[in-house]
Design a protein around this ligand. Structure first.
Ligand SMILES: Cc1cc2nc3c(=O)[nH]c(=O)nc-3n(C[C@H](O)[C@H](O)[C@H](O)COP(=O)(O)OP(=O)(O)OC[C@H]3O[C@@H](n4cnc5c(N)ncnc54)[C@H](O)[C@@H]3O)c2cc1C
Length: 543
């Protein structure tokens, strides 16, 4: 039996970033993935027809490119063939009347664009940036720091020293504001509200949720500054490069290896047992990229953690479900209206802030939304290698769906027993296709093939997408930031020594930033004394 320094359960972006950082520091790592492909929610496949490279799940990499793992590993990944492409037209919203609003790449361009929709909104944009930038390190710090640690305390003290007691309290208070309140207080134009409100869906929230205003600002600034980068050839090129780096440093990445238990001896994780009975031992760490549901229902043997804590982990809540639609077209999609739409990477179709709010509310009441917020992704605007010459390809995301469907808010679709059958999936996709076709008149005439993934299909493809939740757990305030995955066991240390919890279910949550994998890798690579201090902080939190 070979012993590794670290065994990593699952091969999502957090796992691969963690394993790569450890491997290049000399750790022996082994990544065990139960599916037959590495990368979790990062996968590129010829899903429709040969020559069409679809990003099956995630597609947009601003969080990766703006994150700490990329800063550390980017040059080495480039050596392994990873190349990022970017755009001057990252995102827009198209309204039912065909009018569009754009978020662009410079402060001046955005001020000009917003001013076009309402006099004064250009200045409001500049004022927002002027307020945001001086404390951007605090805002991004919340998302890039182990909050229950010395570093987290340091971030708090930095804010306190810079802003004073009242200022720090005001800053924290502003973080809790909803997107609706922030947008309507900041901008006059409903077009501006509708441009930014759909982005909160990408953080797992809705525009009326606590902290969604903070996330709206963070995304608005991040998109202006960072654009909408994607890897040439598909998202899986990032996975390929990370795996190549891990293997180059002697690490092992395997597919078809389902971990069924964490092996615990004397209160410490010492390895894992696979479904085929093999035991892989880990001398220094077991890093689990799983949901709390799996961690506390399957992987941890009974009695290893106090039962109230295990029970709390099993009650971890999931957010709304999601559907993906992939279109292969014989020619490029041609948008009606503003010609910049043909160049724009991510376009939302919605009637605006109230439209997003209504669709979220309907989904949360277990209804199919009458008028969903449709995310139309156009990777070919940056990367023509993803489709045959002269062809078109669209990536569609719907983030406002229930797992168990009670009815249809539009009163059109029969939902049967409420489970995601093939019939329900295709009828709902028909509605969405008709919506998109109103803005892309050549959609249906050029359609070669459509592939739809329902929430049930997402769950079947990746156990971490439990109940078809793309973000592996509700991001309501009690399961977000300081309290992710849940208040009784926040952060990444677990009640079991040497067992670390990473992935979208943990802080800083979902997305391709690889935040949790990076935080844990950096912590493991710290000198032993600091490791003990970190563990003490966890014990303190646990009291
Ligand atoms: C449809 C969709 C679209 C998205 N779009 C974007 C986007 O454009 N940009 C963005 O930044 N984010 C996006 N996201 C979110 C982002 O993709 C995810 O938050 C992120 O990829 C999750 O990474 P992870 O490291 O948590 O692990 P995951 O990607 O969830 O992977 C976990 C892996 O662990 C494996 N595993 C679990 N249990 C075991 C076990 N017991 N044994 C072995 N293996 C196991 C699973 O099979 C899986 O492969 C999207 C998500 C989805 C679903």
């Amino acid at each position: 039996m070979t012993t590794y320094d670290a065994v990593v359960i699952g091969s999502g972006i957090n796992s691969l970033a963690c394993a790569a950082l450890l491997a290049r520091s000399g750790w022996g790592v082994r990544v065990l993935e139960r599916e037959d492909e590495l990368g979790g929610a990062v996968r590129t496949a010829e899903l429709t027809e040969p020559g069409y490279l679809h990003d099956v799940f995630s597609a947009w990499h601003p969080l990766w490119v703006g994150g700490a793992a990329h800063a550390e590993l980017g040059d080495e990944l480039a050596r392994h063939g990873l190349e990022y492409l970017n755009t001057e037209h990252p995102t827009a919203t198209v309204y039912p009347d065909g009018e569009a609003a754009f978020l662009l790449r410079t402060a001046d361009a955005n001020a000009e664009e917003l001013e076009r929709h309402a006099p004064g909104d250009g200045d409001a944009w500049r004022a927002m940036l002027a307020e945001f930038f001086p404390n951007a390190d605090l805002a991004f710090g919340v998302l890039g720091t182990e909050l229950w640690s010395k570093a987290g305390l340091g971030l708090g003290l930095k804010g306190y020293r810079r802003l004073g007691r009242r200022g720090a309290a005001a800053f924290a208070g502003r973080m809790l504001v909803s997107s609706r309140d922030w947008l309507t207080e900041t901008f006059e134009s409903e077009r501006a509200h509708g441009l930014l409100a759909p982005w909160v869906l990408h953080t797992g929230l809705g525009p009326d949720a606590a902290a969604s205003g903070f996330m709206t600002q963070v995304i608005a600034v991040a998109v202006q500054e960072g654009g909408m980068p994607i890897p040439r050839g598909g998202g899986a090129r990032l996975v390929d490069a990370l795996v190549a780096l891990i293997r180059e440093r002697g690490g092992v990445c395997e597919t078809g290896r389902d971990v069924e238990q964490v092996v615990v001896e004397d209160g410490a994780a010492v390895g894992v047992r696979l479904a085929d009975g093999e035991v892989v031992r880990a001398a220094r760490a077991v890093v689990a990229n799983v949901t709390p549901t799996q961690l506390y229902s399957r992987l941890l043997p009974d009695g290893v953690v106090p039962s109230p804590l295990a029970e709390r982990g099993r009650r971890y809540r999931y957010g709304r479900s999601e559907m993906q639609i992939h279109f292969a077209l014989s020619e490029p999609a041609r948008w009606e209206g503003d010609e910049r739409l043909d160049e724009t990477a991510v376009i939302h179709l919605t009637s605006g802030l109230d439209g997003v709010s209504r669709a979220v509310n309907e989904a949360e009441r277990a209804l199919l939304p009458a008028e969903a917020t449709v995310v139309v992704g156009q990777p070919l605007t940056m990367d023509p290698t993803r489709a045959p010459d002269g062809a078109g390809l669209l990536w569609i995301q719907l983030q406002e769906l229930p797992w168990q469907v009670k009815g249809d808010a539009a009163g059109e679709i029969r939902v049967g027993d409420g489970t995601w059958t093939e019939e329900l999936r295709e009828r709902y996709a028909d509605r969405i296709q008709a919506r998109i076709a109103r803005h892309i008149p050549n959609l249906e005439s050029s359609l070669r093939k459509r592939v739809v993934l329902s929430p049930a299909d997402l769950q079947a493809a990746n156990v971490n997408l439990h109940r078809g939740d793309p973000y592996s757990g509700s991001l309501a305030l009690d399961q977000n930031f300081l309290w992710r995955p849940f208040a009784e066991s926040p952060g990444h240390a677990t009640p079991v020594e040497r067992l670390w919890h990473i992935g979208a279910s943990t802080h800083p949550g979902p997305g391709l930033g690889a935040g949790s994998g990076t935080l844990v890798a950096k912590h493991l690579l710290e000198p032993p004394l600091r490791t003990r201090a970190f563990a003490r902080a966890r014990t303190f939190v646990g009291r």
